[in-house]
Design a protein around this ligand. Structure first.
Ligand code: SAH
Length: 205
């Protein structure tokens, strides 16, 4: 069994993420983003089902991704896969007064995420109920783009919506996926792998 405190201790001892990320993890209540029945499992270090074939990711996976995104105040972020809205809430706190646009293909999830964010008093997240595989043309360019659902292939199509020196993070492949960090440099795209992870697949035509 893990607790909020034991997770933080583990992250600090292993230099998993910054103190700033730990601060927002402490502030945003994960228990408010999961079904009532699972409340006492809120700080287990594993994904939890939120219905509609979606999961709220494992806490350690979330902080590893937040760290890799190098979020800064005023960043404009695009998330594909809102799910519960929890990751969007953490990102929103880190980029405040910047903004997080989050796309969710399942209408019911988009709606409940909206409610969760309202309850958490997070105002700088805009959720759209739409297929995110083509990004969000109307609001480009973004400083950061993050997929929280697995892409079959590297989503090169979204690099066009990313600013120069921006970061795109995505789990890519079938099972498990490689977490890839793409940095859009002037001279070309730099790709790093953060290792193996497992995500629900991105729904694509
Ligand atoms: N970030 C979420 C977890 C996401 S789980 C959280 O913090 O809770 C992955 C989500 O991606 C699911 O909710 C799923 O419905 C959504 N999804 C799958 N394919 C999608 C697509 N093409 N566009 C937008 N959302 C998609």
């Amino acid at each position: 069994m893990t607790t909020k405190e034991s997770l933080i201790k583990y992250w600090k001892e292993n230099n998993i993420c910054s103190d700033e990320i730990i601060k927002v993890f402490k502030k945003i209540k994960r228990e408010d983003f999961i079904p009532k029945l699972l409340k006492n499992e809120a700080y287990e270090d594993r994904p939890l089902s939120i219905g509609y074939n979606a999961t709220i990711s494992q806490p350690t996976t979330i902080v590893i991704m937040l760290q890799a995104l190098e979020l800064k105040k005023n960043d404009k972020v695009l998330e594909i896969g809102t799910g519960s809205g929890y990751n969007a809430a953490l990102m929103a706190e880190l980029v405040k007064p910047g903004i997080v646009y989050s796309l969710e293909i399942v209408k019911e999830l988009a709606k409940s995420a909206q409610n969760n964010l309202k309850k958490a008093n997070i105002k700088n997240v805009k959720i759209f109920n739409k297929d995110g595989s083509k990004g969000l043309q109307e609001y480009k360019p973004f400083n950061k783009i993050v997929f929280t659902a697995a892409c079959k292939e590297i989503p090169y199509n979204l690099l066009e919506q990313l600013k120069e020196n921006g970061i795109l993070l995505a789990p890519v492949g079938l099972y498990p996926q490689k977490m890839l960090k793409l940095i859009k440099k002037k001279e070309g795209v730099e790709i790093q792998s953060l290792g193996d992870f497992v995500f629900v697949p991105l729904q694509q035509d």
